[in-house]
Write a protein that binds this ligand. Sequence first.
Ligand SMILES: *Cc1c(COP(=O)(O)O)cnc(C)c1O
Length: 389
Amino acid sequence: MSKHFATNLIHGGIEQGYREEYTGAVNPPIYLSSTYHQKQINQFGPYDYTRSGNPTRAVLEKTIAKLENGTDGFAFASGMAAISSAFMILEAGDHVVISKDVYGGTFRFIQQLISQFSVSHTFVDMTNVKEVEEAIQENTKIVYIETPANPLLQITDIKKIVTVAKQYNCCTFLDNTFMTPLYQKPLDLGVDVVLHSATKFLSGHSDVVAGLAVTKDEQLAQKLGFIQNTLGSILSAQDSYTLIQGMKTLETRLEKSSKSALKIANFLNNHASIEQVYYPGLENHPGYHIHHNQASNAGAVLSFELHPSVSIDAFVQNMQVPVFAVSLGAVESILSHPATMSHAAMPADERKVRGISDRLFRLSVGIEDADDLIEDLQQALQQKTGVTL
Ligand SMILES: *Cc1c(COP(=O)(O)O)cnc(C)c1O
């Protein structure tokens, strides 16, 4: 019997015979063992060495595979470890078409690291299908999508890009960190490999750095397993456990956060001190219709630009509820300033071309009371001079 998402969040990794049988413990044991006793020569158990496989990590990998409607999940030491490992399916001479609005770490990996191994790339506006098609070369092997993108929440039409990629025999990778499988299931839309920074919404408590990859293609699964074992950037048993526990409440947390995000987006959208709000849940967002065709919710991240009459320093000083930090996707709201934080490495004119102004803020909405967050924004926006009243 196939179960609903919320049920799989709790039991997805356990029901296929992964429960600890000796005690019946409801939580998966944290197997802190690097190696496993072998009863005899030439008699092998399910595990031999933890880099290759660990029972705690296996519960997590089963769970994410099930949630994404995939067959195989792989857990890595960070989102970047998952992403960079997945790119290892490439060979020298291959080419990648990738969104120019991709996560900064992925941008750096493509531009500064894998390029050293004779893998070339073209950055494109992934929302423009024609531009994507024109960028595909004979040696293009991967088309890399991130939607919604960061920090302006641009929306890529997943099915259209997948169709073009398949026409040219390219694999599609998609970074599903912002939506999670709760709201967007890329494998169902034809994507080949789904990637996550599980550091964000999946874990949800700012207490673990982790990455996941999922596929339902047998050949890709074999390759990813080989790469995971060969490069060795696996997630530890302890961190696997932390992530398993965090994921159980994904729906409960993200539903609340997303509801609050919509409320906050509407509040900011009507506020005189706000120039612009970027949130795919607002009908004036250019990707609104495409997004709602392929995802069931706009999620919990929004960005907004302050009016020149509000001092950005004072705004940050006066905001009291959210933490001011990089990262997103946690129970606590996280306010960030892309120009000096996530996109600081990008030259100022490049930021300008991409619409990332110095007045832009990103808010990842947590599970605090939405009205407290709105009241906090209201008071911080009112204090235009930066003088605390
Ligand atoms: C944070 C993030 C990453 C990188 O993940 P780490 O866990 O920090 O390595 C990748 N993609 C997106 C969209 C992210 O937000």
